[in-house]
Design a protein around this ligand. Structure first.
Ligand SMILES: NC(=O)c1ccc[n+]([C@@H]2O[C@H](COP(=O)([O-])OP(=O)(O)OC[C@H]3O[C@@H](n4cnc5c(N)ncnc54)[C@H](OP(=O)(O)O)[C@@H]3O)[C@@H](O)[C@H]2O)c1
Length: 330
């Protein structure tokens, strides 16, 4: 496993961040234990979870399976619901109790929320850090201006600044390249990426015109059908491209994400041990600039401001959030 520095802290984190969203859902506790064991054996130390995964069940499972391993891990979790002071300071206590640990290494705001108050958020995060319950703080799904806004408040008050922005990034969702990535590089903010495999679309198991494979998220996620309808031919060519180079589509997809210098660590979310072990290969495979350009050209080549979330009806609509002039409360 290769290691990289977390923001400018001197802290060494693995280039693979293990995502746990499937633990307790599609992935049983016994399988989660095997995945975590394999991850630690392969030198992975960065673990990503959230209070909302399984409504707390994922953290509870982690609490049990991290036993004897906690001190090897750079553990990240996220505030549950609400970004007011009371929610931020109580959510960390609940997460720590579920995970049977005294602290997390990184504590993140999960989503911007309409009416949010950055000064209140940063003051509450400072309280969490001062109490020793989190070592570093960060956010997810923040546009660049909002990270800068929070960090200006932190700087003015001598509070810890947001050191991580966790965002969706893959070969079809590239809007973050426009502002979030340059800002992260300029301000030494770690970028972690989720949806690197487009929920499994880029692993080779979904093919346009063929039945959805059994026992996959595609059976329940409407998004995979939406993407497959729009990008089916590109996905076919993407799979053929990987085969021609003797690598798996999974490796190609993760290597594509890793190719961008702004990315600190792709988050690898799996529901089984074989999936995890397959993903390891991607961290030993570097795409050449020529291959990167060629494979990117299989999809949209234009990086759109709006190319971040294509589901206008859902709550998590990043473009709408970016345009929301009332995002911040008084
Ligand atoms: N901050 C946020 O707002 C946020 C949002 C979402 C996720 N996350 C984090 O990011 C992590 C990853 O997110 P994601 O689930 O969207 O990631 P993803 O990489 O796009 O999709 C992961 C899915 O791909 C499939 N897969 C993975 N490896 C495979 C392999 N080798 N072969 C075949 N299929 C494979 C599995 O689907 P099947 O289960 O169908 O087999 C797995 O559940 C999560 O665990 C979580 O920690 C954060």
């Amino acid at each position: 496993m290769k290691y990289t520095e977390f923001a400018s802290t001197g802290e060494k984190v693995s280039e693979l961040c293990l995502g746990t969203m499937m633990f307790g859902g599609r992935c049983s506790e016994a399988e989660a234990d095997r995945i975590l064991g394999s991850a630690v054996d392969h030198g992975v130390n960065w673990i990503d979870t959230a209070a909302m995964y399984g409504d707390g069940l994922t953290e509870e499972i982690l609490g049990r399976i991290m036993k004897g391993r906690r001190d090897k891990l750079f553990l990240t979790t996220k505030v549950h619901k609400g970004v007011d002071r009371a929610s931020i300071v109580s959510s960390i206590d609940e997460s720590l109790a579920r995970m049977q640990t005294d602290y997390v290494d990184l504590y993140l705001i999960h989503w911007p929320v309409e009416g949010m108050k950055p000064a209140e958020i940063m003051e509450a995060l400072n309280t969490v850090v001062e109490s020793g319950k989190a070592r570093y703080v960060g956010c997810c799904n923040y546009p660049a201006w909002l990270v800068a806004h929070h960090n200006a408040i932190a700087a003015a008050n001598g509070w810890p600044r947001l050191l991580n922005n966790q965002i969706a990034y893959n070969i079809i969702e590239r809007g973050v390249e426009l502002e979030i990535f340059p800002q992260a590089v300029a301000e030494k903010i770690a970028i972690t990426t989720y949806r690197s495999l487009i929920q499994g679309l880029l692993t080779g198991k979904y093919r346009w015109g063929q039945p959805l494979p059994e026992n996959t998220r595609g059976q329940t996620s409407p998004h995979i059908i939406t993407w497959l309808t729009q990008y089916g031919q590109s996905v076919d060519r993407f799979i053929a491209f990987a085969e021609a180079r003797g690598i798996t589509p999974t490796t190609l997809a993760v290597a594509w994400v890793r190719h961008n210098a702004a990315v600190t660590a792709p988050i690898i979310g799996v529901s089984s041990l074989p999936q995890f072990e397959e993903s390891l290969e991607a961290f030993d495979y570097d795409l050449s600039d020529e291959d990167y350009a060629e494979v990117t050209f299989l999809f949209d080549t234009e990086v759109r401001e709006e190319g971040y979330n294509r589901f206008p009806g859902t709550k998590y609509n990043f473009p709408r959030l970016r345009r929301n002039l009332n995002l911040l409360g008084e």
